[in-house]
Write a protein that binds this ligand. Structure first.
Ligand code: MOS
Length: 734
């Protein structure tokens, strides 16, 4: 069952509209609708807020502002993971960034709420905000840690001496813009009071965090908060934590004792959810003439919100990717009065590898060396900064297999040397690496007397295929046909998981499911062996084979259903768990990562500099694959993000107000079908026995890592123009 391209088991529900997303639940009956009123200044203070007209408008039940909002729990930095912390809203008159909620208007219909929102009158005293990164990027401080708890700075050897003595050098600055997660489903919540309890239908990647965060904010017992998120329309980081819509819906619902729905508009998503920080990155590479790196430095400056520190781990992969004796990485923050930085689609690796893998291409060019060969020449034998072995590193295999499949030998040897009609043709490539993580996850599997199994966990399926792969893992674990396994996800009353994020969801939940199934096998065999009525009575469990709903030992067989019906007519259950990686020796003894190699071919119009991606191939090593179909979809999705980062995505701040100027999908460009014609992802056979008992690793984010660099390197190969200010748009190439 594991490893087969099983169709999504939830596909028919989604394709027929029967899968209910957060905003579509009707269990609570007719709800009220909330609409968020956002600040129209970027920094300052509310001096007067007049809600009288709004309160008198048709259908309005409540206008909540900082003057009447319930007291909420404070953000508590001692809670170790930020998405579990309180997220209070409407706490006072101060405005910290443009669009910050200043009121919630609740009415009988969405139209009434939205119309009344326009009637809320707010006067401000406007402060001088820090909005422009360019103006403040030298006014920096050192963060406490960078994302994922990693150190801000590392140094190995003597970088300066190594770099000074290098025969060939690259020393360049690269910049990446504000980027947003932007799943199709905007952040949304329906909050329904039920007596002392609160049911929260919310679009969430981590149900367990959503419950903790709602409870801490509303100062409730977490047991009284019930999060419901069986279907989630994409996340990409924007739903790891909960946001204003959830807290405001919950506060209004408890105030009115009525169900209240709040969804963000797309424009509000841009102002309220947080974004990938803008970055300025200096990359220095020093090498011998034969291409061997002697010195690598990666120094990053990015923005942070002053109150909610977030430092993307932009230089973290540079610590593991290539061998070099002298090394340096650093992260610095410039505080701006903008929304908080947050996790967006491979935080750290995506912008960091765009810079470093561009710099590697520049080094290859300076050396006159093939960029694939340059990377192979710098393959380390152990993780160069942690000084531990890699668990299962196949970067070179990815590079070689990718080059072969792509026809890399046809790459134009000299930039701007191949032309087909109007089009200048270029090839580019990049390496990819991403860390693999594990977090506490529990799954309960129950066998019913009818021989079916139910898998239960609060893990989410954010479009990635969780329902499908858990079905496969449980079916294999218990020797059941796929259609006899049912999956229940996304409810906070189920066993807690680390949810979907950081590319860890699939392996955490599949490993815990596998363990639960193995424990169930033991229980079944014990029941059969001790039961004189079972054909398996007294037989050695070591010989047992589970297949097609039967247990067989030697020539004797009995169905799982029969064993359960007789021994545990109410059903037989077992729980499987996965521990936090900090408690697993493998995660400190080995450097556990996924790998890939990206290859891209572009055409650039010789007159207009219009850039067209002609084809793209990624070859990946991710350990064992649960399902080649869902895996390929994840990887291709990541590669398309990479194309967006390379050529299109960029949110622009108005330096006067701190607002995002292009805060919708008309102005914030992402690749569309016409941009993506021929993209393929190939996965090498693999098994990483250090990662987990199933040998599998995450696939959600390695697809974007390095992907953008292969495209921008192809643009250089096509045109001879090197752009370091991403995205690479036409006016920068002309
Ligand atoms: Mo991911 S940015 O951890 O959802």
């Amino acid at each position: 069952m594991i490893g087969h391209a099983v169709d999504r088991v939830d596909g028919p529900l989604k394709a027929t509209g029967r899968a209910a997303y957060a905003y579509e639940h009707w269990e609570a009956g007719r709800p009220l609708y909330g609409f968020i009123v956002g600040a129209t200044i970027g920094k300052g203070r509310i001096t007067r807020i007049d809600t009288e007209d709004a309160e008198g408008a048709p259908g309005v039940h409540l206008v909540m502002t900082h003057l009447n909002a319930p007291v909420q729990g404070p953000r508590d930095e001692s809670v170790s993971f930020e998405y579990w912390r309180a997220q209070p809203e409407l706490t006072g008159p101060d405005v910290h960034h443009y669009g910050e909620p200043v009121a919630l208007v609740v009415a009988g219909t969405l139209e009434q709420a939205r119309a009344a929102a326009d009637l809320v009158e707010v006067e401000y005293s406007t402060g001088r905000g820090r909005f422009d990164f360019g103006e403040y990027e030298d006014d920096v401080y050192i963060p406490k840690v960078v994302n994922a708890g990693l150190p801000t700075d590392t140094e190995v050897g003597d970088f300066q001496a190594g770099f000074d003595n290098a025969e060939v050098k690259v020393d360049q600055h690269y910049t990446t813009p504000y980027e947003f997660s932007l799943p199709i489903e905007p952040n949304a919540c329906l909050a329904e009071p039920r007596g002392e309890d609160l049911v929260v239908y919310v679009s969430s990647q981590i149900v367990n965090a959503a419950r903790a965060s709602v409870a801490a904010t509303l100062r409730m017992n977490p047991e009284r908060v019930h999060v419901v998120a069986p279907f989630v329309g994409g996340g990409f980081g924007s739903k790891l934590g909960i946001h204003s819509e959830t807290i405001l819906a919950a506060l209004a619902a408890r105030t009115l004792n009525r169900p209240v729905k709040v969804a963000m508009t797309r424009q509000q998503v841009f102002q309220l959810v947080g974004m990938r920080p803008i970055s300025s990155q200096r990359v220095r590479l020093g090498a011998e003439r034969d291409g061997r790196l002697t010195a690598i430095a990666h120094d990053v400056t990015m923005h942070t919100n002053p109150d909610i520190e977030y430092a993307e781990q932009t230089a973290a992969t540079t610590r593991s990717l290539y061998a070099a004796p002298h090394r340096l990485t650093s992260h610095r923050l410039a505080a701006l009065d903008l929304p908080r930085g947050t996790d967006v689609r491979a935080p750290g690796e995506a912008p960091g590898m765009l810079a470093v893998e561009s710099a590697m291409d520049e080094l290859a060019d300076a050396l006159g060396m093939d960029p694939v060969e340059l990377r192979i020449r710098n393959e380390p034998t152990v993780d160069p900064e942690r000084n531990v072995p890699y668990s299962d590193r196949h970067l070179v295999d990815c590079l070689r297999e990718g080059a072969r499949r792509f026809g890399w030998e046809n790459r134009p040897a000299t930039p701007a040397s191949v032309r087909e009609g109007r089009w200048l043709i270029g090839y580019g490539m990049s390496a990819a690496i991403r860390g693999h993580f594990q977090g506490p996850t529990a799954v309960r599997v129950r066998l019913e007397a009818d021989g079916t199994a139910v898998v239960r966990t609060d893990m989410t399926d954010i479009g990635t295929g969780t329902y499908t792969i858990l079905t496969q893992v449980a079916a294999e674990g218990l020797g059941l046909p796929l259609d006899r396994v049912r999956i229940e996800l996304g409810l906070s009353d189920l066993p807690a998981s680390w949810g979907s994020g950081g590319s860890w969801g699939a392996t955490n939940s599949c490993t815990a499911t596998h363990r639960a199934c193995m424990a169930l096998r033991e229980k079944l065999l014990e029941a059969a062996r001790g039961d004189a009525r079972s054909p398996l009575h007294g037989l050695s469990p070591a010989e047992a084979v589970f297949s097609d709903g039967d247990v067989g030992i030697g020539g004797a067989t009995e169905t799982l259903g029969e064993i359960v019906a007789r021994s545990h007519p109410e059903g037989l259950e077992a729980e499987g768990q996965v521990r936090y990686m900090g408690d697993e020796p493998n995660y400190s003894d080995y450097s556990i990562n996924t790998y890939g190699a990206h290859f891209a071919e572009v055409g650039v119009d010789a007159d207009t500099a219009e850039i067209r991606l002609r084809r793209m191939l990624g070859v990946f090593s991710v350990g064992r694959v649960f399902n080649p179909k869902t895996t390929r979809s994840q990887l291709i999705g990541g590669m398309v993000w990479g194309v967006g980062a390379a050529l299109e995505e960029e949110a622009v701040v108005d330096p006067r107000s701190g607002a995002f100027v292009n805060r919708d999908l008309a102005g914030y460009l992402v690749p569309v079908h016409a941009d993506i014609t021929d993209v393929d992802a190939v996965v090498l056979d693999g098994y990483d026995d250090k990662a987990n008992v199933l040998g599998a690793k995450g696939v959600g984010e390695v697809g974007i890592c390095g992907a953008g660099a292969s495209v921008v390197n192809a643009v250089f190969n096509a045109t001879g123009v090197r752009v370091r200010d991403f995205p690479v748009t036409i006016e920068k190439v002309l």
